[in-house]
Design a protein around this ligand. Structure first.
Ligand SMILES: Nc1ncnc2c1ncn2[C@@H]1O[C@H](COP(=O)(O)OP(=O)(O)OP(=O)(O)O)[C@@H](O)[C@H]1O
Length: 626
């Protein structure tokens, strides 16, 4: 056996692996350190079945993958090597091996063989191998999870400090009536506050029972289910509670008092800046990592709305390294309690100031499947490494758990507390999926036309149903997702030429334009346009027809991860997504937090129709995608 390039590249670990050491075949000589020859890449990625496991959803997140503990136990005194098989007391039989055919008759044996082959064919026929979420979780455990979910019907029932509860109701979720915590919040908040988690015991116990060790949590819940609050509230609670017991701060305050006395009532403001820095200056205790600048802004906005009442200092760091901004954010005299940042930027700052992560007690990795993926894992690893000595809680959060991440967690964090909601990996039934066959009339493989047509029909529909004030028209916000970055501009330009207000969003779009475009999509307020304005716009428009009551963003994956587009009800999948993970994230921009949504997927002649119909069927059945 020789390993493939996929095996050799350690996506998650912090050091880059080279394939040379792992090959044991004659092809070994073809390998060059740090470089993968074409034959390896072809072998690894050519067939669909060998899709990299980072793109494949894990089928049993609540329990984790089969670990060594499930495998037959190896006798303690067993020796490896040529004489290892001697004097064995345990038969060398692999229990997973298939039993021999039960019947001795050749006819029956043939029938059995046929049956197996048919079964295999049935499996192969499935374009996506489907499996119920948590199907393997025992009935009793599922009931226990459900019972815990039903327990709490208000944020008041959590053991959070009053300021945090007040902030949720008065600020974060203001204007909402009958506020109830969601399933993930009901499960995660008590667990992060220290309440023991029910469910199965973890496989490996602590090496030393009395030793204080870091707790690890995985929060895996469907898109738009309120994961952000489920980790922010306990972290802010911790900041408030620990403030009074923080020995560094207590000692600092003592020294400050002594210094004031020594100076005999001189105004403090004159010399305070020359006094030693407060322990919290550039030493945050909570760090939240997210993959994009947009998400930094989004999580920062939620954290800030709590911080006004809970009186904590939150800073956001994103985009490129700007020393002046970093100085203002982290080194301000008042200090900083919580930092929300992208791993690239924080790792870079930590290289310059190695102590910046020396007091971190809570590290949250939001969108963990992205942040432990190839492009982010080295930087995420650096932040994790530097925070590790002081870390009390590591919280990983994601709406999709690919197999690779699941395996990684099993190997590196075997005691991780898995908080998994029953609907993980399922797209809620309230989101419907429509399919447009672009290869048929009237489109004849013109996807652009089909896309514009779909948006026009959504717009017309909205105009006829949702007009409130006779002088005002409701504006529909629609997201169009494409697979390739280059296509975004092409699609947006075409839509504009057809009288649709469309903006392309990709990594090359300027930050300002991105945030302007996203602002209308992330706001929960109803968006309207007056009929007079609509008419003026129609006159100004280049096309003969103008659709005034829609706003469209054409995006790649950039906007499909984590962006809270509560107001979006329609998502158009211009391209069939490459993986079910992309399906979940893209369709997850609509139908958030219990709302209804509609997805429209355009299927061209070269697209996998079987995948689309299976996704549609699975959604209809309310099952998890695999
Ligand atoms: N208990 C609640 N009741 C009503 N709305 C809530 C509640 N908790 C959170 N929300 C709102 O739901 C929306 C979605 O929350 P959030 O962005 O945290 O979802 P998410 O699970 O992180 O989604 P994604 O996986 O797409 O990132 C937010 O607008 C948030 O304010």
């Amino acid at each position: 056996m020789w390993r493939t390039a996929r095996d050799s590249v350690c996506l998650i670990c912090r050091s880059a692996a080279t394939p040379t050491t792992t090959t044991t075949t004659s092809k070994k000589s073809l390998l060059v350190p740090g470089q993968f020859p074409a034959w390896i890449l072809q072998r690894t990625f050519a067939t669909r079945r060998e899709r990299p496991s980072r793109m494949v959803l894990s089928d049993n997140v609540a329990r984790g993958p089969r670990s060594r503990d499930h495998e037959p136990t190896k006798p303690k005194n067993r020796q490896e090597g040529p004489f290892g098989a001697m004097n064995r007391r345990v038969a060398n039989v692999d229990p997973r091996r298939e039993p021999p055919p039960s019947s001795s008759s050749p006819i029956n044996r043939d029938r059995e063989r046929e049956g197996k082959a048919k079964h295999r064919d049935d499996r192969d026929f499935k374009a996506l191998r489907m499996q119920r979420t948590l199907a393997m979780i025992p009935y009793g455990q599922r009931q226990a999870v459900k019972a815990r979910i039903e327990d709490v019907d208000s944020f008041d029932k959590f053991d959070l400090v009053p300021e945090v509860k007040e902030a949720v109701i008065k600020d974060v979720l203001k204007g909402m009536t009958d506020i109830k915590p969601t399933a993930v919040q009901r499960l995660a908040i008590p667990a992060l506050l220290g309440k023991p988690l029910g469910g199965p015991r973890r496989r490996r116990e602590l090496p030393i029972a009395s030793e204080k060790r870091m707790e690890e949590f995985l929060l895996a819940a469907e898109t738009g289910s309120g994961k952000t609050l489920s980790y922010l509230l306990p972290c802010i609670h911790y900041l408030r509670v620990s403030e009074a017991n923080d020995t560094d701060v207590i000692n600092y305050n003592k020294r400050l008092e002594q210094e004031k006395e020594r100076r005999g009532g001189e105004p403090v403001s004159r010399w305070i800046e020359n006094f030693e820095p407060h322990p919290n200056v550039a030493r945050p205790r909570v760090v939240v990592l997210v993959p994009t600048a947009e998400l930094v802004e989004q999580v920062l906005a939620v954290a800030k709305s709590i911080s006004h009442i809970a009186k904590i200092k939150v800073r956001g760091l994103s985009s490129t390294y700007d020393p002046a901004k970093v100085q203002r954010s982290l080194y301000a005299p008042g200090g900083v309690d919580m930092v929300i940042a992208t791993p690239h930027l924080l790792a870079r700052i930590a290289e310059r100031d190695p102590y910046i992560l020396s007091r971190v007690s809570h590290l949250v990795v939001d969108e963990a499947d992205s942040l432990f993926d190839r492009s982010f894992s080295p930087e995420t690893g650096k932040v994790l490494d530097r925070s590790m000595p002081s870390l009390q809680q590591l919280i990983l959060c994601s709406a999709t758990i690919p197999r690779r991440l699941d395996n990684y967690l099993e190997a590196h964090f075997p005691n991780i507390n898995r908080i998994v909601t029953p609907n993980l990996h399922a797209i809620p039934r309230r989101v419907q999926l429509g399919v447009i066959d672009v290869s048929k009339d009237p489109y004849r493989n013109n996807k652009l036309l089909a896309c514009a047509d779909a948006i026009w029909s959504i717009g017309k529909d909205a105009a006829s149903h949702d007009g409130r004030d006779p002088g005002e028209i409701d504006v529909k916000r629609i997201m169009v997702f494409v697979n390739e970055r280059d296509t975004t501009q092409e699609v947006a330009d075409y839509l504009v030429s057809k009288g649709i207000d469309a903006v392309a969003l990709h990594r090359d779009t300027s930050e300002q334009r991105q945030s302007e475009a996203l602002a209308a999509f992330t706001s929960n307020e109803p968006l309207t346009i007056s009929k007079a304005d609509a008419e003026t716009k129609a006159k100004e428009a280049k096309s003969t027809r103008h659709l005034a009551n829609t706003k469209v963003i054409v995006a790649t994956d950039l906007a499909s991860r984590g962006i809270d587009t509560l107001a979006v009800r329609h998502v158009v999948l211009y391209d069939v997504p490459h993986t079910t993970i992309d399906f979940i994230h893209r369709l997850g921009r609509a139908g958030r937090m219990g709302r209804r949504g509609r997805g429209i997927v355009l299927v061209g002649k070269d697209d996998r129709r079987d995948i689309v119909s299976e996704v549609k069927e699975t959604m209809f059945m309310g099952q998890a995608l695999i």
